[in-house]
Design a protein around this ligand. Sequence first.
Ligand code: 6PG
Length: 250
Amino acid sequence: MNASSKAQIFDTIDQQILATASFILAVAEDAINTRGRFNFVLSGGSTPAPLYKKLALPPYADAMPWNVTHFYWGDERIVPPEHEGSNYGQARRLLLDLIQARTENLHRIKGELSPIGAASDYSERLSTLSDLSGDGTLFDLVLLGLGSDGHTASLFPGSMKEEERIAFAIAVSADYGGRPAHRVTLTPRAINRSRHVVFLVSGSEKANAVKQSISGEFDLQRWPAHRIHPDSGEINWMLDADAGALLHTA
Ligand code: 6PG
C-alpha cells in the first residue's frame, strides 16, 4: 500500500464537521493553486448532512472556489434525482442549490437510468476525466462514509466482482437500513486514483467497523475499506468520539 492513513477523533460532531470543512477548504485551495480545478467526490448517507450545511454557510460558502469545483458522487441509489433517497438530491438541497453550483460542474450518477446504464454512463464520464488529467488521477478529494456493516460508498462486504478491478463504476444491489437496494458505486480502482480520501464517520454503532477497517486483520472481502489505498494520496479518518471509541483499546 502506498497510502498513509491517519485517524483523528473529535469530542463532538460539531468539532468533527468543522475540522472536515477546514480540511476540504485547504485541499481545494491547493488544487486550485496547482491545477486550477478541484474535483470533489461527495458521499451519501446521513453523516455528511451537517458538513454540507456547514459548507453552504459563511465562511466556507465564501471561501470555497465553487466556480472551479467539480462535483462527483461516490455512489448513488437507483432513484430519480428528486426522490428523497437520491444522494445527488440530498447534496442539491443541502449545498449545491445554496451555493448556486454551476450545472456544468455537476457530474452526477443518473439514478433515473437502469443500474447498468447509469454505471456505464458514469464510467464514460470518468474515462474522459482520466484522459484530461495527464497522470490518471481522477479526484482531489473523495469523501466516504462507513456503514455499521463495514460498507463504504456502495462497496459491501462479500466477494468482489471482477468488474471492480476493471471499471470505474459498477451496478450493485444490497440491502442496508431500508434504503433503496439498487445502486451504482465507484470502484476502488476509481477511488484509489485520488489525492485524498476522507472517511467521515460518527456514532457508536460504527465503532467496530471503524476499528476493523483501520486496524483489523487485512480482509478485502469482509472490510471493503481495506480496498481503499489511494495510489499517491492519503487517507484521513475523521471520527467522533463514539465512532473512534474502540480504536485505542486492546
Ligand atoms: C449511501 C452511502 C453509504 C453511506 C453509509 C453510511 O448512499 O448509502 O454513500 O456508503 O455513506 O451507508 O450512511 P450513514 O451516514 O447514513 O450512516
